[in-house]
Design a protein around this ligand. Structure first.
Ligand code: ZN
Length: 257
């Protein structure tokens, strides 16, 4: 562990334009917006690392780690070529059960993206909430995904993100046992204390435009935003997933008015 200024880890989900007449998901950002984010981050001089590179050596203070969760098809169709244009490598958290299904990455795409230097990392096999499962099932979820990704990329993933950010119970012990060198949680923060077994991130939603991203990475209002987000995380941990999603949807609707 070390105390340092910050390491920015951004968490994206889908990168898609909404279908006409359809309300976009809270965490879906448009391709144009991701492009603006990449331009902004590059103009600020950030060094882009994969999570694997970040744990090989303590990351520099200007490190930025981009993560994309859930292996949706747009990660190959849109994100992959855009990252290539910006010469940026990222970390993709892949729930392996989804591979080759409609609207998901294919096995061949996972191999192709790993070949281009991106880190294809563990997000469990079935994308289930892990902290409430018996230890043997948690282990099975993580090991099944390790085997599939190792067969596709030639390497056992060194990084893991628990689905939904639920990283309580036996999850940390089992992640340690399996030998992950980095665990990205959904705890909001700038990693001012560098602790690879419990990394904080800045989740990006569709309301994060350039100005908001600039504030987020600059840490302005970070204390206040952090306490709001911790409140949300606390709520999320005590509510059933469906109830939390319903609340978030209602809040999102209010914001739109
Ligand atoms: Zn996920």
């Amino acid at each position: 562990m070390r105390y340092g200024p910050m390491v920015v880890i951004l968490t994206y989900h889908k990168v898609l334009d909404p279908c006409p007449g359809e309300r976009p998901d809270f965490y879906t950002v448009s391709p144009r917006r991701l492009d603006e984010h990449l331009r902004l981050l590059r103009s600020r001089g950030y060094r882009f690392l994969t999570l694997g590179e970040a744990v090989d050596a303590a990351p520099p203070d200007d490190a930025c780690i981009l993560t994309f969760d859930d292996a949706t098809a747009d990660h190959h169709e849109t994100v992959f070529p855009m990252l290539a244009r910006h010469e940026v490598r990222a970390t993709f958290f892949v729930p392996t059960e989804k591979l080759d299904r409609p609207a998901s990455l294919t096995r061949a795409q996972v191999t192709e993206m790993a070949g281009a230097g991106h880190l294809m990392a563990n997000h469990s096999h079935r994308h289930v909430r892990l902290d409430r499962l018996p230890p043997a099932e948690i282990r099975d979820q993580l090991l099944t995904s390790q085997e599939i990704l190792a067969a596709l990329t030639g390497e056992r993933p060194v990084a893991f993100a628990p689905p939904g950010g639920y990283c309580g119970g036996k999850v940390p012990d089992i992640a340690g046992e399996i030998g992950f060198r980095a665990v990205r949680t959904m705890r909001w923060g700038h990693n001012r204390i560098w602790n690879p077994s419990r990394l904080e991130c800045l989740p990006i939603n569709r309301h994060v435009d350039e100005r908001r991203l600039s504030n987020l990475i600059g840490g302005r209002h970070a204390g206040l935003l952090g306490s709001i987000y911790s409140g949300k995380e606390a709520l999320k941990s005590i509510l059933p997933t469906g109830a939390y999603e319903a609340l978030r949807g209602a809040a999102d609707n209010l914001r739109k008015r």
